[in-house]
Design a protein. Structure first.
Length: 361
């Protein structure tokens, strides 16, 4: 057997199976948009795609122009990527050498740790408190001359966000030791805070975003990097020759031209979070406050989370959990949609809870 390169021996990834989720139930497990985009919108986008565009390599300058205008940055500060996941990998590929130290939050997006192993970096994890709080000095105290990259998902996969001044403190401490700070703003559109206005001030700041969440085009894989031009030039060196397709670009442009679509969905999600918070409180559970499109839920005392999750799966309702480790130990995670959809979900959940005493731990 031909062995892979040595660093991959440290990489462990579970196989993901998403078969059977589309069109058969409720997809509340991967933080995607939970309701379809309208047929009217899809038809409008397809009308803009010419037969020639389906056989030619994509021309993306129109999307770059719309994106730069919407963000208030120059074209030279942007780099489109095949989803934000590829963007994160590009940062590692450009800047991280074997033996470099990266600092990231725990819990957070799982691929941060995977990429650290792939590129031979040493992981230095910053842990949350049980109440989901995170003192900023817990991050800044870890930054040292060996640190090459600090990764902050903001909002994070805890559903929480850091105060902007805390992020600035991290950037400034990292700058002293010559380290980059990557701020993953994948969930930005559910939370108004952004670090874009600080790009011009800090040459060690890189921001990554995705159109998979609020924009709702996860399968089309559109992401982008924002940083000072010199960093974008360096990141371009590891860019795939062709990544975003013409079809993906057309959908992204349409959504940038029609912000009311994603803004209405964000409003729906926020209403869904209010509904779930109220309903779980009635049941004796607790929804932890979230500024994303998902919530962590502590179930009522004595309830077996594993059996509940499996019971929902038998009804083609998919959620995540239970999780292990502080601060989400024992919690389940639910991707949130409009209140009406969450009402249907709660109906399934209550029926599963009521059908078997086996749900009691």
């Amino acid at each position: 057997m031909i062995e892979p390169r040595s660093l991959l021996k440290n990489v462990s990834r579970a196989l993901t199976n998403t078969e059977g989720r589309i069109g058969k139930g409720m997809r509340l497990d991967h933080n995607e948009r939970t309701t379809p985009l309208s047929g009217k919108m899809i038809e409008a986008v397809w009308k803009t795609i010419s037969p020639e565009e389906l056989v030619a390599y994509p021309a993306l300058e129109s999307l770059y122009a719309k994106l730069a205008k919407s963000l208030g940055v120059s074209r030279e500060m942007l780099l489109l990527t095949y989803g934000s996941d590829t963007a994160i990998r590009m940062v590692f590929d450009t800047y991280v050498n074997p033996g470099d130290e990266i600092i990231t939050l725990n819990p957070s997006y799982g691929m941060f740790a995977v990429y650290a192993d792939m590129f031979g970096a040493k992981k230095n994890l910053v842990e949350y408190n049980a109440d989901f709080s995170l003192p900023v000095n817990r991050i800044t105290d870890k930054i040292n001359p060996k640190t090459k990259l600090v990764i902050l998902a903001d909002p994070n996969h805890t559903g929480t966000a850091m105060p902007q001044q805390d992020i600035i403190s991290v950037i400034e401490k990292a700058s002293i030791v010559g380290a980059l700070v990557l701020v993953d703003e994948a969930y930005h559109y559910f939370h108004d805070q952004t670090m874009i206005s600080f790009i011009g001030r800090y040459d060690n700041l890189i921001i990554v975003r995705s159109l998979s969440k609020a924009f709702g085009i996860a399968p089309l894989r559109v992401g982008y990097l924002i940083s000072q031009p010199v960093n974008i030039q360096n990141l371009y060196k590891v860019k795939l020759t062709h990544d975003i397709t013409s079809v993906s670009a057309k959908f992204a442009e349409y959504l940038l031209d029609h912000p009311e679509i994603w803004k209405e969905y964000v409003k729906d999600v926020n209403e869904g979070k209010v509904y779930l918070t109220r309903e779980f409180a009635i049941l004796g559970g607790h929804v932890f406050p979230s500024v994303t499109n998902f919530v962590f839920v502590r179930l009522p005392d004595g309830m077996d989370a594993i059996k509940l999750v499996r019971g929902l799966e038998s009804r083609n309702v998919w959620i995540k959990g239970p999780f292990k480790g502080v601060p989400v130990d024992g919690y389940i995670r639910i991707t949130v949609g409009p209140a009406a959809q969450m009402g249907i979900f709660m109906g399934h959940l209550k029926e599963v809870m009521g059908t078997s005493q086996a749900l009691k731990a």
